[in-house]
Design a protein around this ligand. Structure first.
Ligand SMILES: [Fe+2]
Length: 354
């Protein structure tokens, strides 16, 4: 049951926040020209081990993050920057996090959709986890473009845990001579996200001896991470030839019974009118996948308890979604929420997985 996979969710028939599709986009994504995929030197597991890429035994090894690896060619970096510049009007201040960020560019740009759904890229990323991955069910996560600041006394990104299972973060700006802008990730002890969140909510950060630092060698390199399980931050950019620019794409497995690492809270806060429908579609995809298993795969004659268990799972997914989007229940933020300092002493996550 837990290994059962279904087809990915396609994009909805309409767009949120009045984002219009760009029917005249002049740059076309070409994997031969724009991708330059290399193998990461190692995969760091949640246990703190370094194992070789591709990760073969998903039952034994659970990815924390990959070593940086080349994703885009020089021509690819140039093309991405060109398309981002054409869509910069979508950028909004990203509360508590970035100076500004673009979200949901996939609703407008075919270039970004074609990149995200490129089979070559998805196959490569799946090899970091040992299981089939698809783009995350929220199109607003395809893609997020983060615009950094130079010399800011704030971190380029605060300590947090992602609200999606996996992310690929690609550096698009020139890192030659850059001081700062490094990715910090928690060491194995904090592979337990609940423990890491206790520190983050109390202190805003993790103790220094529990932090690994990873550098992006150059523009076009990416780091793949199970950001929902491993706390991370980006150090302030103290010096650089240009502001730090990163592309973040989110991914999930195709297993509808897998623990749901998608948190509604963050998207509810930042995504305008997109979050309720995107979350409902996500939960509908999970529940229907579970019911699909019952209809097409299960051999449950005489197994009433198992039948009830699947029915309950599907019902729980939908009830939880309805209660979240109607405000009956609320999730706590997976970072230090400065709007709600009370949560430093009283952690009440309605989502039991954290
Ligand atoms: Fe993150």
């Amino acid at each position: 049951m837990e290994h059962y996979e279904v087809s990915p969710l396609s994009l909805p028939k309409s767009s949120p926040n009045n984002i219009k599709k760009n029917l005249q986009e002049d740059v076309q994504f070409d994997p031969k020209k724009h991708l330059d995929l290399t193998m990461p030197m190692y995969i760091k597991t949640l246990d703190g081990e370094n194992v070789p890429f591709p990760l073969k035994n998903a039952a034994k090894h659970n990815v924390a993050f990959s070593a940086p690896f080349k994703v885009l060619s020089a021509e690819g970096v140039k093309a991405f920057r060109q398309v981002i510049a054409q869509n910069e009007d979508l950028a909004q201040p990203f509360k508590n996090r970035q100076k500004k960020a673009i979200r949901g560019i996939a609703y407008r740009s075919k270039f970004f959709c074609d990149f995200t759904y490129s089979p070559i890229l998805l196959k490569h990323l799946s090899k970091c986890t040992g299981k089939a991955l698809a783009p995350h069910n929220f199109p607003m996560n395809i893609s997020q473009i983060n615009f950094g600041e130079i010399g800011s006394d704030k971190g380029a990104d605060v300590w947090h845990i992602d609200s999606v299972p996996y992310v690929l973060v690609i550096l698009l700006s020139d890192s030659a001579g850059m001081i700062g802008g490094q990715l910090q990730v928690s060491k194995a002890k904090f592979g337990d996200p609940k423990l890491a969140l206790e520190y983050i909510r109390r202190d805003g950060k993790l103790p220094e001896d529990m932090v690994n630092t990873v550098n992006y060698p150059a523009a076009g390199y990416g780091i793949f991470m199970q950001g929902s399980r491993i706390a991370h931050a980006v150090t302030p950019v103290l010096q650089a030839s240009e502001p730090r620019l990163t592309l973040v794409n989110s991914y999930q497995s195709l297993k509808p019974f897998e623990e749901d690492a998608t948190l509604y809270k963050v998207f509810q806060t930042i995504d305008g009118d997109a979050a309720p429908f995107e979350y409902a579609r996500h939960k509908a995809w999970r529940a229907s996948g579970q019911l699909h298993y019952l209809m097409k795969e299960a051999k449950y004659f005489g197994k009433t308890e198992k039948i009830a268990s699947v029915l309950n799972k599907a019902i729980d997914e939908l009830v939880y979604a309805r209660d979240l989007i109607t405000g009956k229940i609320e999730e706590d933020a997976p970072y230090k929420d400065t709007d709600n300092e009370d949560n430093t002493s009283d952690i009440k996550l309605v989502n039991s997985k954290l």
